[in-house]
Design a protein around this ligand. Structure first.
Ligand SMILES: Cc1cc2nc3c(=O)[nH]c(=O)nc-3n(C[C@H](O)[C@H](O)[C@H](O)COP(=O)(O)OP(=O)(O)OC[C@H]3O[C@@H](n4cnc5c(N)ncnc54)[C@H](O)[C@@H]3O)c2cc1C
Length: 425
């Protein structure tokens, strides 16, 4: 049986960082990846550009981490967003700061991130084994003793022996990239508690969604999420209407709570404020002025002054307009109805896009059973977890990759340290 100091399971963002930090600490490291290439998911991040991290200071950064940002604090401080930039620059990947404090590779190519990480793993001596799916971890007492694998091409089973093991198998989203939930099954079989998984950063589909909205992008709008009648979240920013419903940065932000509510059978409403900078009264005044200026005005002419053309007919179908809407005395009723809908366009969210196109999986290996300061399992002395497999996730904006990089770095470091100790004693 082959034996190594550290075995890392999964060649994604977290696994590659774990392998690098363990090897740099002097450990003999083998990385096992089931796909034929490393970092399949990394290659599609940031629409192929890879938003590596976000430069916000911890106080702000932490507000984008769920469900317990404090758990992440230790690994973040050990390998921070600044360390991530310094690390990538040190391995030859130039980076650039963009709007929203987001960091990308200067080349604009996510594949360059994978190439840089692969080259660094080779440089520090990580043994990379592809097409190798880990199917089980054998344990004895509080120790993992064997890593059981199957070659995805030949179906040949091989067992590896390692002093320490890092599980970095990702979540369930975009399963074609290789992250299809294997890690949860393995961790569960070992007795680890798995917090309920659900897709997050995903599209939300409103009832009676109009095809006319598809392709429309709105900037500077506000969205309020109501679950079972209570307002639970309010966000301002960009919103995209796609063939799957509501997406874009604020759509994704509310999706975590919305998806969970839908799964639990709760009513989920969103109210869109299309004019967050104006009060209802100011809008009413403005519409009165616009109508006074128009010769023989129509509703469409009025709406052209207020909304992008493509939005108008869908929007109007939600407004309760009287007959002859612009004739006195109905004009005031119409103006007030339009103003009310511009400030609170109600949408009943009925479903969501599942893992096949969700950016992230929420839930995972329970934080109660992982030690935050070293990413070690509380059940097994030589088992570590890193990345999306853990019950930690972030908003869009580079937060999820930072979770993977920081927890991966920490897990690798500690796995190497524990393996050295085991060899000495
Ligand atoms: C479309 C999309 C865009 C995104 N864009 C961004 C972005 O720009 N910025 C950002 O911060 N986050 C982004 N994310 C989220 C980010 O990609 C993930 O949070 C991150 O990749 C998680 O890293 P990981 O290493 O934990 O898991 P993964 O990257 O999923 O890697 C897990 C690896 O483990 C392997 N594996 C799984 N099971 C086994 C097994 N049994 N045996 C061996 N190997 C196994 C998989 O094949 C995979 O290579 C995006 C996600 C998606 C889907």
């Amino acid at each position: 049986m082959k034996s190594r100091d550290v075995i890392v399971v999964g060649g994604g963002a977290a696994g590659m960082l774990a392998a690098i930090s363990a090897a740099k600490s002097g450990a003999g490291v083998t990385l096992l990846e089931k796909m034929e290439r490393l970092g399949r998911k990394l290659r599609i991040t940031g629409k192929g550009r890879c938003n590596i991290t976000n430069t916000k200071p911890w106080q702000e950064f932490s507000m984008h981490i769920h469900p317990k940002s404090n758990f992440f604090k230790h690994s973040f401080y050990n390998f921070s967003n600044e360390d991530t930039i310094t690390f990538f620059e040190s391995i030859g990947l130039k980076t650039v700061l963009e709007r929203g404090e987001r960091i990308f590779p200067s080349s604009g190519l996510a594949s360059d991130v994978v190439n840089a990480l692969t080259a660094e793993m080779e440089r520090v001596g990580v043994e990379i084994i592809l097409n190798t799916r880990v199917t089980d971890l054998t344990v004895a007492g509080q120790k993992v003793t064997e890593v059981v694998t199957i070659n995805t091409k030949s179906n040949i089973e091989t067992k590896y022996c390692a002093t320490t093991v890092v599980m970095a198998t990702g979540g369930l989203s975009y399963p074609l990239t290789g992250s299809d939930g294997d890690g949860y099954v393995i961790a569960k079989n070992l007795g680890h508690k798995i917090e309920e998984c659900f897709p997050s950063l995903t599209a939300l589909m409103p009832k009676d969604y109009s095809k006319e909205l598809e392709g429309l992008q709105l900037k500077n709008v506000e969205i309020a999420l109501f679950i079972a009648g209570d307002e639970v979240q309010r966000e301002m920013g960009e919103l995209d209407f796609t063939n799957n419903g509501i997406e874009g940065s604020i759509g994704y932000k509310i999706s975590r709570k919305a998806v969970k509510a839908l799964i639990n059978g709760n009513r989920c409403l969103v109210y869109l404020d299309l004019k967050p900078a104006l009060t209802k009264d100011v809008l009413i005044e403005r519409m009165r002025r616009e109508l006074d200026l128009l010769h023989n005005p129509s509703i469409n002419q009025l709406m052209r002054k207020l909304l992008p053309y493509e939005l108008i007919s869908s929007f109007l179908s939600f407004v309760n307009l009287p007959a002859d809407p612009l004739k006195a005395p109905k004009r005031e009723v119409t103006i007030k109805a339009i103003a009310a809908s511009l400030k609170a366009w109600k949408m009943d969210i009925v479903t969501f896009t599942s893992y096949e196109r969700a950016v992230i999986t929420a839930g995972g290996v329970s934080l109660d059973e992982v030690i935050a300061k070293n990413m070690r399992s509380r059940l097994y002395d030589n088992l570590f977890f890193a990345g999306e497999i853990i019950d930690l996730d972030g908003d869009t904006g580079g937060y999820n990759l930072q979770i993977a990089f920081s927890t991966g770095y920490m897990a690798g470091l500690e796995a190497a340290r524990v393996s050295k100790q085991a060899i000495i004693t």
